[in-house]
Design a binder for this molecule. Structure first.
Ligand SMILES: C[S@@+](CC[C@H](N)C(=O)[O-])C[C@H]1O[C@@H](n2cnc3c(N)ncnc32)[C@H](O)[C@@H]1O
Length: 277
């Protein structure tokens, strides 16, 4: 399990002090002044996101970057033909988040919250995670990670989910209808040099990805001692990185996919490791 986002946010500031875990609502002056606050799927879990954002803003230097990305269930899942299993799998995830008290509409609620907290939102984007019979999103792997929470909240049983065969059955359902399916959409700000997503497999293996300023997407790796920028040989913004146990998995907008080169990075359709590129 990787550290909480507030923990990672302080890790993004490696040169100026030790990384300390903690509640973002309780960031105090003893931690110093931050150049950036980056979070993904964090605001949706705050009882009062505006109060949380105000606490974050108090810890930032003037002009600092604030980048939050949130998922949203308002408009999705969507497809032109019924895909009952894909839709059910989507409900398992969102119902669990909802029963845990998460706001499943945070994509739409995000900009008003950012503005109410006194932030200037310069540009907003949303990216749909589009699946086809061949281009799959790792839904089964995500559900495997969420399984104890899904069962605990009475959303579905392990037998109903049958996680070992789930990805195969989801793909087969899409293939039988030759369907294009959108199960998820990510809302985020777009800023030059912005870090858009941070994820890690341990305190010594953290990735941060972000915008392409003209020479390829920002990809940073933290090995416990310092951050290194990784070259990808690819172009386009990278919007998210997931830290699965075996290797990181990342994806970007349409330009990142269209310009995919011979390297395995960025990879919209399958697992990849930036260190291999
Ligand atoms: C859904 S996870 C997202 C994790 C990661 N950012 C990602 O995108 O994969 C929510 C994260 O928010 C963190 N979190 C939620 N509320 C928090 C708070 N008040 N202070 C610090 N971290 C918090 C949790 O510890 C957890 O790591």
């Amino acid at each position: 399990m990787f550290p909480p986002t507030a923990d990672i946010a302080s890790a993004v500031r490696p040169a100026r002090g030790p990384r300390r875990p903690g509640d973002i609502d309780a960031i105090g002056p003893e931690l110093g002044v931050f150049d950036a606050a980056v979070g993904r799927r964090v605001l949706m879990y705050q009882a009062n996101p505006v109060a949380t954002l105000r606490a974050v803003v108090r810890a930032l230097r003037p002009g600092a970057l604030v980048v939050f990305q949130e998922a949203d269930a308002t408009m999705f899942p969507a497809s032109r033909v019924p895909l009952p299993l894909n839709e059910r799998a989507n409900r398992w995830m969102w119902q669990t988040v909802e029963r845990e008290g998460g706001n499943i509409h945070m994509g739409f609620d995000r900009v008003p919250a950012l503005e109410e907290a006194g932030l200037l939102v310069e540009q907003v984007r949303a990216e749909a995670i589009v699946q086809t019979p061949k281009l799959r999103h790792p839904v089964g792997r995500i559900i495997r990670v969420m399984l104890p929470r899904i069962v605990e909240h009475g959303v579905a049983t392990e037998a109903e989910i049958d996680v070992d065969t789930l990805d195969e059955r989801l793909a087969a359902e899409c293939a039988a209808a030759n369907a294009t399916y959108i199960g998820d959409v990510a809302f985020g700000e777009h800023a030059k040099e912005a870090l858009l997503s941070v994820a890690g497999r341990s305190e010594r293996d953290v990735y941060a990805v972000g915008a392409d300023k003209g020479a390829g997407p920002l990809v940073l790796h933290y090995d416990g001692a310092g951050w290194q920028r990784l070259a990808t040989g690819a172009r386009g913004d990278l919007w998210w990185v997931h830290a699965f146990a075996t290797r990181p998995h990342c994806g970007g907008g349409p330009s990142a996919r269209a310009n995919r080169g011979p390297t395995r990075w960025p990879c919209a359709g399958g697992p990849c490791d930036p260190r291999e590129s």
